[in-house]
Design a protein around this ligand. Structure first.
Ligand code: ADP
Ligand code: MG
Length: 716
């Protein structure tokens, strides 16, 4: 058994030798010693402990812009301020006459057959310059020409090159992000060497597509980008960029499709809907399910009953009622006598889920418990014992669930709430506590379609598109802090009417560096005006203090809660009807949307005020306007993406979104659709990538570092 497994493993997961040159260390390039290597690591943002930088990593590193040197047939024709290449003969050196004065320039006179030019250097080393610009020699330089009183000057040429080396100086020069100590010239030189080492791969893309899109080969595309002959090459729409973007997208889609195929073959456990708990649970619900909720539960229920393992994403805007769907699913699982765990990212959320569903669960005989970091001593020991002896059907908790001493009797269903807060490994850690558990991931983050495809393509997706009936739209206003007095007056009236408010600020404490009102500062101001109706909650408070504030707000002892974004995710206090977000211009739209979702959770009218500090840039205004114009989280996400380009949608890099080198989501949307279809159709015909194209596609997976997926291929 073992040996045959190893054989297959070797056969399918060893890198084809045609790729060896691409995975050689960049240390094998001339001129890259220890010191320069370290600079390259910094440039490519590779930490020392991570793997060695290979040629392919380097080649996939895009220049961020180009210098376009106009063709110029001599000094006399060089326009003011233009970047040019000149062939010069060096005439004379003029070191600064007085060495005591540091700021005197070093000057070098040179000419060509159209005129004279003066090269100017500050803080220059005499010896170095004599060496670079020997008198009487022909030298090629590039840089910006300035004219003064009919005399041409060039201050600090970009390049000084011997005639023999001048082939490295192209009219269009790629510019890479700068790292101190590493010149663009060093990068370019190494890049040209690297380009020369790209083997000619068998084409992995479809012939018809190549022709239709006029794509160059992989090698031609990289060469075009690193040795551009026109500045247009590096723009997102050039055939070279599109080719590489398509390669990258296809690698991504193929990897996801492989994971998906593999999972479809993974055995799960059947947990059919029997009705034992569900029948009574349906009757006990205090409301009617929305059609979306019915539909989502039907999909989940079917997955649970099927023999394959479930991996499903439940996407639903804030307030769409995901928790109840989760409870229904967990009840179905309990009917088979096995256990479910729901993991939430914060204690507040775990508690809230528990508070919302424990009452319903217990009513129908389900045993449910809460496990966070706070239960201690005997209470905790007894709870853990119940878990391991099958006296609990449902456990709701935080990260505490993945601690080592937590041991389930038979964990068969795992739900992760607010997915983007957890890393993939935490997801896997919880999975590992069970035996082939089914998994449901819930997220309220509206993820644009393009990102869903690239990041969650391995999951099946259910969506809650409707909100519970009776919800009124939230009225959103955008106002300047200059109108604070007016706002406070309106708040006073609202408090007298008995309304409950949130007031959100971006930072906890004031600081010298940023000129923002803090949560604490705002709390003090409002407490002076409205007394003990005002409460405060932020991340630096103790758990006890936070709880007390939230409870008092829930009970109505506090009616104006000043808070940080701590309330952003999932906090559910249905009778809070007004939210004021200060420095709204500072927040991401996804975040504003989440925050706004804290109100409008019942059938009363509610409002959201986006307070900004002047001056407001036009982009900032456009973004706030999106918030005013729609409550549709998906539209907000799409428009935000559109406004700031790909950006960092979640404000964190840990979102599990794949990092792309060549893909620009906005510009390459069309390619994404094609790539998804292409990947699926390839695997339908050739599910182990063994056909000629399949084999070529394996190479693609390696080149774009998606080769983990290759491990999933089975022998025929
Ligand atoms: P989210 O999707 O943001 O996690 P929740 O599950 O917290 O939403 O639900 C928001 C609120 O709506 C809760 O108070 C919940 O009890 C309520 N709710 C859920 N489903 C319905 C429904 N079908 N009808 C009325 N209220 C509902
Ligand atoms: Mg929720």
């Amino acid at each position: 058994m073992e040996s045959s497994f190893c054989k297959n493993f070797n056969k399918y997961s060893i890198r084809p030798s045609s790729l060896d040159p691409m995975f050689a260390s960049i240390r094998s390039l001339p001129g890259i010693g220890q010191k320069v290597y370290r600079l390259f690591a910094k440039l490519l943002n590779v930490k020392r402990a991570e793997s060695e930088i290979c040629l392919v990593d380097f080649l996939h590193f895009l220049p961020h812009s180009v210098i376009n040197r106009s063709n110029c047939s001599g000094i006399a024709y060089a326009a003011k301020g233009k970047n040019v290449i000149l062939k010069l003969i060096i005439d004379r050196h003029h070191p600064p006459s007085c060495f005591g004065k540091r700021n005197m320039p070093y000057r070098v006179l040179a000419h060509d057959n159209t005129g004279n030019i003066m090269l100017v250097f500050f803080h220059a080393q005499h010896k170095w310059l004599l060496n670079q610009l020997p008198v009487g020699e022909k030298i090629v330089i590039s840089g910006r020409v300035e004219w003064f009183n009919n005399h041409a000057f060039m201050v600090h040429p970009d390049h000084i090159i011997s005639l023999a080396d001048s082939k490295f100086l192209t009219p269009v020069e790629p510019v890479y992000p700068l790292t101190a100590g590493l010149s663009s010239k060093t990068v370019s030189k190494a890049m040209i060497q690297a380009l020369n080492r790209i083997p000619s791969f068998k084409e992995w893309q479809d012939e018809a597509l190549l022709r239709r899109e006029q794509f160059p080969t992989y090698r031609e595309a990289l060469t075009a980008i690193h040795m551009p002959d026109t500045p247009l090459v590096i723009s997102a729409t050039s055939p070279a960029r599109r080719r590489l973007a398509y390669d990258e997208l296809l690698a991504n889609q193929l990897a996801l499709a492989l994971v998906r195929c593999k999972r479809k073959h993974l055995l799960g456990r059947r947990m059919p809907l029997l009705g034992t708990y569900l029948e009574t649970l349906y009757k006990a619900l205090p409301f009617r399910l929305t059609q979306s909720q019915e539909q989502a539960f039907a999909e989940i229920s079917q997955d649970l009953a099927a023999p394959q393992r479930m991996l499903r994403l439940l996407q639903g805007d804030v307030g769409s009622g995901k928790t109840i769907v989760a409870l229904l699913a967990m009840a179905q699982v309990a009917e088979s006598g096995v256990q479910s765990a729901l993991m939430a990212p914060t204690e507040v959320l775990a508690q809230q889920h528990y508070a919302n569903i424990a009452f319903l669960a217990e009513k129908v005989g389900l045993k449910i418990t809460l496990l966070t970091g706070r239960e201690k001593g005997r209470e905790r020991a007894s709870m853990l014992k119940k878990l391991s002896s099958n006296n609990i059907h449902i456990v709701i908790g935080t990260h505490a669930l993945i601690q080592e001493e937590v041991d389930f009797h038979d964990l068969a269903f795992v739900i992760i709430d607010e997915q983007h807060r957890f890393g993939v490994h935490q997801r896997l850690q919880l999975m590992a506590k069970g035996d082939m558990p089914n998994m449901l991931v819930m997220t309220a983050t509206p993820i644009p379609r393009t990102l869903t495809l690239t990041a969650f393509g391995d999951m099946d997706i259910s969506k809650l598109l409707q909100k519970p009936i009776g919800r009124k739209p939230i009225k959103t206003a955008i106002i300047s802090t200059n109108r604070m007095a007016e706002l406070l007056q309106r708040m006073k009236d609202a408090l007298e009417r008995g309304e409950k408010f949130y007031w959100i600020c971006p930072v906890i404490e004031e600081s010298k560096n940023i000129n923002l009102i803090s949560t604490i500062g705002r709390f003090e101001i409002l407490a002076q005006k409205f007394g003990n109706l005002v409460g405060l909650v932020h991340g630096k408070m103790s758990i006890k203090q936070k709880d007390a504030a939230m409870t008092n707000f829930k009970l109505g002892k506090i009616r104006l809660l000043v808070a940080t974004t701590i309330v952003e995710v999932g906090v559910d206090i249905p009778d809070a009807s007004i939210i004021i977000i200060e420095h709204a211009e500072r927040f991401g739209l996804a975040q504003l949307h989440q925050l706004r979702g804290r109100v409008g959770r019942n059938d009363r009218y509610s409002s959201c005020t986006l307070l900004y500090k002047e001056p407001l840039s036009s982009v900032a205004r456009a973004r706030l306007n999106i918030m005013r114009n729609t409550e549709d989280g998906f539209r907000i996400a799409e428009e935000d993406l559109h406004l700031r380009g790909e950006g960092d949608l979640f404000g964190t890099k840990q979102s599990g979104m794949p990092g792309f080198r060549f893909v620009d989501m906005e510009a390459h949307k069309d390619l994404l659709e094609i790539a998804q279809k292409d990947a699926r159709s390839v695997l339908e015909r050739d599910n182990n990538l063994e056909s000629p194209r399949g084999k070529a596609l394996r190479v693609l997976l390696y080149l774009f570092r998606r080769d983990n997926a290759i491990r999933l291929l089975r022998s025929g």
